[in-house]
Design a protein around this ligand. Structure first.
Ligand code: ARG
Length: 460
């Protein structure tokens, strides 16, 4: 195939060989081939619709492009660095296949509006897939939360035992974060779904194009209002990467808990063999590599977000070649994110919960001390005084190495005469979680209701 530059006319000397490789993007932007072809087909159909191409010319172009797509998908397409990017590789091949008509495809268009369109089409598709993976993960969390609605575990603040909670309730904290992530992606997808085509290089085109026609063919909601903006800004890619960084931040925190919980010291869960690895020296080891890697990969996405922000920060209008650098961070963000979501959605249902260990841990650390204070408040003691009284009782327990519910009534009464036999009920773990019986609380029946609501919110 001819590797002649499609822009060679004004040049007399060839491109330096290293510069050719340095400026090329085809090694990575070939990933966009499907969207490039989809955009080209719509563009050609619009040109025929307005009479710039004849119906026959349009048919030849569309057929040629469809064949090229097959060649690419069958691994028969040869990509050339000399042809720089995905756009010119496909266009050259088209002309090679169908002759001079192929040279008409680029009428009223530039690679600048072409690439801005390709990335939007691509991201729109990827967001669909990310959304599907997120729903799968959220469903796995809903199922586990439902199964563990009654499972008592210690809730932490400062990683110190705070109050008893249920494992189901704890898991639903993660699903709330992931639901917000999901809505961020969908929101970003809506905003990016506007069509740059027609902006051409920067100022529009002198042909009688019908942008709404092309937009309809490509499923864009609107056409970009300003041609300079359309070809130059990559805020939509930054917005996507920011949403990805937030999602990875959540998965990283979740990973951290899985790592802690699966340690011998916590022993709250066991990750399945399929999602752990061994040590080459220590025979007993079962390492939580999957959550550790997700935690580690989060840094990459933060880096990509910084790269993209920095890429744009000093660019004058309109298109600059700098923008070619948007692709690798974006592609790696997508691959990393999809991989992390996939592995999480697969791993969550395989988690074995060590309910007894969780319960034993919840008994420690005076986790029901707040319940005792609330009990006194219900008997008329101001909260601050109740806090002080319970603090003294805890101090007594520490000195005597016992738990609050080991104290007999006589001792309890020495702290407050208002304490009666019914105190023992409120000091139980079950009593403590059941008491937090309101929307957003940890009571098992509230957790079950929240799971039901969560299932209904997944597809909105
Ligand atoms: N490979 C380029 C990019 O990714 C395509 C647009 C190039 N346009 C240009 N005038 N050099 O941004």
């Amino acid at each position: 195939m001819s590797q002649e530059k499609l822009w060679g006319g004004r040049f007399t000397a060839p491109t330096d060989a290293f510069v050719e490789a340095f400026t090329a993007s085809v090694e990575f932007d070939q990933r966009l081939y499907k969207y490039d072809i989809q955009g080209s087909i719509a563009h050609a159909q619009m040109l025929a619709h307005v009479g710039v191409l004849t119906p026959d010319e349009c048919n030849q172009i569309v057929q040629g492009l469809n064949e090229i797509q097959q060649e690419i998908e069958q691994g028969k397409f040869e990509w050339f660095i000399a042809l720089e990017d995905v756009h010119m590789n496909i266009e050259s091949r088209l002309t090679q296949k169908i002759g001079a008509v192929g040279k008409k495809l680029h009428t009223g268009r530039s690679r600048n509006d072409q690439i801005a369109t390709d990335i939007r089409l691509y991201l729109r598709d990827e967001i669909e897939q990310i959304n599907t993976e997120l729903i799968r993960l959220l469903n796995a969390l809903a199922n586990l939360a439902e199964a563990e609605a009654d499972t008592i575990m210690p809730g932490f603040t400062h990683l110190q035992t705070a109050q008893p909670t249920t494992f189901g309730h704890h898991l639903l904290a993660w699903s709330e974060m992931l639901l917000r992530d999901k809505s961020r992606f969908l929101d970003c997808s809506k905003r990016m779904n506007t069509m740059p085509l027609g902006a051409a290089a920067l100022a529009g085109t002198s042909y009688p194009i019908d942008r709404n026609y092309t937009a309809k063919l490509l499923g864009f909601d609107t056409v970009a209002e300003n041609s300079l903006d359309a070809v130059s800004d990559r805020d939509f890619a930054i917005e996507f990467t920011a949403a990805a960084a937030l999602l990875m931040m959540h998965l990283s925190r979740f990973s951290e808990e899985l790592v802690l919980w699966s340690s011998a010291q916590f022993n709250f869960i066991e990750l399945s063999d399929a999602f752990t690895t061994g040590s080459s020296i220590m025979p007993q080891k079962k390492n939580p590599d999957v959550p550790e890697l997700v935690r580690g990969k989060t840094g990459r996405i933060y880096g990509h977000l910084t790269s993209l922000l920095t890429l744009m920060k000093s660019q004058p209008l309109a298109y600059n070649k700098d923008n070619q650098e948007d692709k690798e961070p974006l592609f790696d963000t997508i691959d990393t994110l999809k991989g992390s979501l996939r592995v999480f959605a697969d791993m969550i249902p395989t988690i074995q919960v060590r309910r007894e260990s969780m319960r034993t841990a919840a008994k420690q650390g005076f986790s029901t001390a707040t319940d005792l204070a609330d009990y006194l408040v219900r008997k008329g003691v101001p909260f601050r005084d109740a806090h002080e009284i319970v603090g003294k009782a805890v101090q007594y327990c520490i000195q005597n190495q016992c738990e609050l519910d080991n104290l007999n009534l006589e001792i309890f009464k020495s702290f407050s005469p208002l304490i009666n036999e019914d105190v023992y009920e409120i000091l139980t773990l079950e009593g403590s979680v059941a008491a937090r019986n309101h929307i957003g609380g940890t009571a098992p029946n509230q957790v079950r209701a929240a799971v039901e609501r969560l299932r209904g919110r997944l597809y909105r």
